[in-house]
Design a protein around this ligand. Structure first.
Ligand code: MG
Length: 161
């Protein structure tokens, strides 16, 4: 088994869509970034890459590359999932914590979990998404942050005797 952790933060600005775990959330601001700035999926991808010791999303999808401008982070996630399978791993479980003072995210969490379990083609019970605030004490007023922890399980190779 392999464990991985990912962390990301993006600034909230006007005139951008707010997309978290592939779900567009109605809000007057969105996250600034080269891609769609889905901070939760970015943390998740870094956790997957971390578990495999394959670097990070900056290495895989450089923001200097025009190809990734406004990219759908769920499509980038599907590339990381392909890499995970190529390396012989399956997802054990993922636990994501989104840190945001606003907007209120709880109504969107079931759909976020659905989006991610569809991306992994796994049971919903393997994907946890939680949301919290920092009680106005942290940086989450200016932006949105996310942590992700994953457990990967290596497929057992059958020995040919
Ligand atoms: Mg990011």
């Amino acid at each position: 088994m392999r464990i991985g952790h990912g962390y990301d933060v993006h600034r909230l600005i006007e005139g951008r869509r707010l997309v978290l775990c592939g779900e567009e959330i109605p809000y007057e601001m969105g996250l600034l970034g080269h891609s769609d700035a889905d901070v939760a999926v970015h943390a998740l991808m870094d956790a997957l890459l971390g578990a495999m010791a394959l670097g990070d999303i900056g290495k895989l999808f450089p923001d200097s590359d025009e190809k990734f401008k406004n990219a759908d982070s769920m499509l980038l996630l599907s590339e990381v999932i392909k890499l995970m399978r190529k390396n012989g791993f399956e997802l054990g479980n993922a636990d994501i914590t989104i840190i945001a003072e606003r907007p209120k995210l709880s109504p969107y969490i079931p759909k976020m979990r659905e989006n991610l379990s569809a991306a992994f083609s796994c049971e919903n019970s393997r994907i946890s998404v939680k949301a919290t605030t920092e009680e106005g004490l942290g940086l989450a007023g200016e932006g949105i942050a996310a942590h992700a922890v994953v457990l990967l399980e290596q497929r057992i190779q059958k020995l040919r005797l």
